[in-house]
Design a protein around this ligand. Structure first.
Ligand SMILES: Cc1cc2nc3c(=O)[nH]c(=O)nc-3n(C[C@H](O)[C@H](O)[C@H](O)COP(=O)(O)OP(=O)(O)OC[C@H]3O[C@@H](n4cnc5c(N)ncnc54)[C@H](O)[C@@H]3O)c2cc1C
Length: 402
C-alpha cells in the first residue's frame, strides 16, 4: 500500500496505548488516539486511589509517543463502510485502519438496589466517588465488598489495612481464579486484617439498600458503604455500530485480532474476544494484545498476512494491602498452579509488576517519539516511503492535544 496510512485507536488504556506506540514507530503511519480523558488511568491501581496510596493517573505525555495525536473525546459510533468514527463532541475522525481498545468498566450487578446504592472501583470516576463516600463516613462504619475476585480481594484488604471495618461477601468461593492452595494465605491475610468473610452457601447478595445488604440465606448485614466488584462489563460501542460481538459485548475477532466483519478493524484488551482462544480480561493480556494488534495492522499495510497472536502468562499478582501480597504462578496459558510467593515479598513482586507495566508504556512512548525503529525485526523491510499529508478529520474534533 502506498501513501500515508491513518490509524485510529479508540481507547487509551493499556491495550490502546501499547498499540498506538507500536504503530507510531512506523514511518508513513499517522496515529490518532481517542480517549475521553486527557490523562492515562492506571486501572490496576484504582483500589489504591480509594485509600489514597496512589492517584492511579499518569500524564499521557509520559506514556504516549509524541507522534501520536491525542483526541480527548468519546467515540459514539464506528461507520465501518465509510471508515469513520463519530465522536460525542460532534466531530468525526476517518481511518484506514482502526484499533478497538475501549476496555471495560463496572458490570451491571442486576441485583435490586445495587445500581442505586453500590459503589464500584473499576473506573476512575467510580473510584473517586467511592473515595468521597468513604471520606464522609466514620472509620468505624461497616463497609461491604461484594465479590472475591482479584479486584474484590485487593479492595477489601486495602480498606481493612487503612483501618476500615470490612466484610467481604464472596458469592461462592474466595478467590475463584486462585489455585486452592493459594487461597489459604489469602484467607489468612484477610483474617489478620480483620476482614469478615462470607463464602459458600448463603453468601450471595440478593439486595443492596442504603444501609445494608441482604444475603440469599435471609441474613442482613449492615453496610454504610457497599462496593460491588463482581465482574467487568465492556462498552457497547461495537454492538451499537453493528459489529459482531459475543454475549458480553466484546468485539469478536480471529486469531490475528481482526474483526470477523471487517479486516480494517482490529481489537485489543478487555473489549476483544478471540472465540477460539479465550483470555482473561487483564492488564497482562492487554499489554500483549496492544502490540499484537499493531503488528496485525502493520503487516496488513505491508501487504503481508498477519500472524496469529501468541500470549504468555507467568502468574497473577495480588496486593493485599500495602504490606503483603500473593503472587500466584501460572502456566504460560494462564492456567494457575500451586506455586506462590506470599507475605511481604508477594507485595514487593506486585509493586514491581505495576512499575514494570508503567515503565513498559514509558519506554514504548520514547521509542515512538524518536521513531528509532521502523518496526519489529520481522517487519523492518515493510517501511512505508511516502510523506504524511494532513490528517483527515472534521473541524469539531480538534479538541485533542496535537
Ligand atoms: C482495581 C483493579 C485492579 C486491577 N489489577 C490488575 C492486576 O493486578 N493485573 C491485571 O492483569 N489486571 C488488573 N486489573 C484489570 C485491568 O485493569 C484491565 O483488564 C485493563 O485495564 C484492561 O486494559 P484495556 O486497555 O483493555 O482497557 P482499559 O484500561 O479499561 O482502557 C480502556 C480505555 O478506553 C476508554 N474508552 C472506553 N470507551 C470509549 C469510547 N467510546 N471512546 C473512546 N475511549 C473509550 C476508557 O475510558 C479507557 O481509557 C485491575 C482492574 C481493577 C479495576
Amino acid at each position: 500500500m502506498n501513501g500515508n496510512v491513518e490509524v485510529v485507536v479508540i481507547g487509551g488504556g493499556y491495550g490502546g496505548v501499547t498499540a498506538a506506540n507500536s504503530l507510531a514507530r512506523r514511518d508513513g503511519v499517522s496515529v490518532t488516539l481517542v480517549n475521553p480523558r486527557p490523562h492515562f488511568v492506571s486501572r490496576i491501581r484504582l483500589h489504591q486511589l480509594v485509600t489514597g496510596s496512589d492517584d492511579a493517573v499518569e500524564d499521557f505525555g509520559e506514556v504516549l509517543g509524541g507522534k501520536v495525536r491525542l483526541v480527548v473525546d468519546t467515540a459514539t459510533r464506528i461507520d465501518a463502510a465509510e471508515r469513520r468514527v463519530s465522536l460525542a463532541g460532534g466531530g468525526t475522525v476517518s481511518y484506514d485502519h482502526l484499533v478497538y481498545a475501549v476496555g471495560s468498566g463496572a458490570a451491571d450487578p442486576g441485583v435490586p438496589g445495587a445500581a442505586e446504592f453500590a459503589h464500584w472501583v473499576s473506573d476512575l470516576e467510580g473510584a473517586e466517588r467511592l473515595r468521597s463516600a468513604l471520606a464522609a463516613t466514620p472509620a468505624s462504619a461497616p463497609v461491604t465488598v461484594v465479590g472475591a475476585g482479584p479486584t474484590g480481594l485487593e479492595t477489601a484488604a486495602e480498606l481493612a489495612e487503612a483501618g476500615r471495618e470490612v466484610t467481604l461477601v464472596c458469592g461462592e468461593v474466595l478467590g475463584p481464579s486462585l489455585h486452592a492452595r493459594v487461597r489459604r494465605p489469602v484467607a489468612r491475610r484477610l483474617a489478620k486484617l480483620g476482614v469478615t468473610v462470607f463464602e459458600g452457601s448463603g453468601a450471595q447478595v440478593t439486595e443492596v439498600t442504603c444501609d445494608g445488604v441482604r444475603l440469599d440465606g435471609g441474613r442482613e448485614l449492615p453496610s454504610a458503604v457497599t462496593i460491588w466488584t463482581a465482574g467487568f462489563r465492556v462498552p457497547d460501542l461495537a454492538a451499537r455500530s453493528g459489529l459482531r460481538t459475543d454475549t458480553e459485548g466484546r468485539l469478536v475477532t480471529d486469531a490475528t485480532l481482526t474483526s470477523v466483519d471487517d479486516m480494517r478493524i482490529v481489537a485489543a484488551g478487555d473489549a476483544a474476544v478471540m472465540t477460539d482462544r479465550p483470555f482473561r480480561m487483564s492488564c497482562q493480556a492487554a499489554v500483549q494484545l496492544g502490540p499484537a494488534a499493531a503488528a496485525t495492522v502493520l503487516r496488513r499495510i505491508a501487504g503481508k498476512t498477519p500472524a496469529p497472536v501468541r500470549m504468555f502468562f507467568a502468574g497473577q499478582c495480588l496486593s493485599l494491602g500495602r504490606n503483603e501480597g500473593v503472587t500466584q504462578f501460572s502456566y504460560p496459558n494462564d492456567k494457575v498452579n500451586a506455586g506462590r510467593i506470599s507475605g511481604r515479598t508477594g507485595a514487593g513482586v506486585k509493586e514491581i509488576a505495576c512499575r514494570f507495566t508503567l515503565n513498559k508504556l514509558v519506554s514504548g512512548a520514547r521509542k515512538a517519539s524518536s521513531r528509532a525503529s521502523h518496526g519489529d525485526r520481522t517487519d523492518r523491510t515493510d517501511r512505508l516511503e511516502t510523506p504524511r499529508p494532513e490528517h483527515r478529520t472534521t473541524p469539531s474534533d480538534s479538541r485533542g492535544a496535537a
